[in-house]
Design a protein around this ligand. Structure first.
Ligand code: IPE
Ligand code: IPE
Ligand code: MG
Length: 248
């Protein structure tokens, strides 16, 4: 029985939850196993979290699965992660389709092995018409990559006259990011007791509530998500205003 689920106010759910899934390697080490064993077990946490988010009626769940910087890990780990990614997504596509989950990715997929990218693309197409939870996988993603790309594209559009400096506002910048059309997350969770952002959604989390937990990602379960949401709902989001202004 869930300790936290019943404490959630269904009327004040975050529309978008983002998660930095961290601690797979340490979890495996604790068990005396190879790092990849941690990644494999992290898949269960992805499945549970996705299911919990869909059941609650969350609109967007963004999972940081592989960062630009993660390309610098040992080749065996990178290869194993790419294989695990495709294997998992292909095995889960049927369930995602059944549960009306729409799969999206953000990130520089051009850096991924061709085979991995094309199989991933197939799964995205298979869920493209779904209208429930948007499951956004951040793959080969980093915020500085995303912002650099956005600026490059804006300058290009400036040169062809599609964009003028005077017309640039925050919405324009949003529309050039990989997350165009995705609302900013209200809640960002990081597991494994690390207190940093690691190049994730820097622009988008300007006013996001941050939640850190010691739980290692392979141990993260539905109740951990519920607990994070209950904690989020206990906070007063003031957006620069006074407490009196927002409680009136
Ligand atoms: C997170 O777990 C998964 C990825 C970054 C792919 P880690 O692999 O970073 O695990 P730790 O931080 O070394 O424990
Ligand atoms: C961040 O985790 C990236 C992902 C969760 C995919 P890392 O474990 O790579 O982050 P750092 O290097 O410890 O900051
Ligand atoms: Mg880590």
């Amino acid at each position: 029985m869930s300790q936290y689920k019943e404490l959630i106010d269904k009327k004040r759910l975050p529309k978008h939850i983002a998660i930095i899934m961290d601690g797979n390697g340490r979890w495996a080490k604790k068990m005396g196993n190879l790092r990849i064993f941690g990644h494999e077990n992290g898949v269960t946490s992805v499945r549970e979290t996705t299911e919990a988010a869909a059941e609650l009626g969350i609109n967007y769940l963004t999972l940081y699965a592989f960062s630009t910087e993660n390309w610098n890990r040992p080749k065996e780990e990178v290869d194993a992660l790419m294989n695990l990614l495709v294997k998992t997504i292909e095995a889960e596509t049927h369930t995602l389709a059944k549960n009306n989950v729409k799969l999206l990715t953000i990130g520089d997929t051009s850096r991924m092995p061709k085979e991995t990218a094309s199989r991933l693309q197939q799964c995205i197409e298979q869920t493209a018409n779904n209208t429930g939870l948007h499951l956004v996988l951040a793959l080969s993603y980093s915020s500085r990559w995303e912002i650099t790309e956005a600026i490059r594209n804006m300058v290009n559009d400036g040169q062809t006259g599609k964009l003028t400096a005077a017309n640039i506002d925050e919405n324009t910048i949003n529309s050039y990011l990989a997350t165009a059309n995705i609302p900013d997350p209200e809640l960002l969770i990081r597991t494994s007791g690390e207190y940093r952002i690691s190049n994730f959604l820097l622009w988008q989390i300007a006013y996001t509530e941050l939640y850190f937990t010691e739980v290692l990602w392979p141990d993260f379960r539905k109740d951990d998500l519920y607990q994070a949401i209950v904690n989020y709902q206990s906070r007063e989001r003031r957006f620069g205003k006074t407490s009196e202004q927002v409680t009136q």
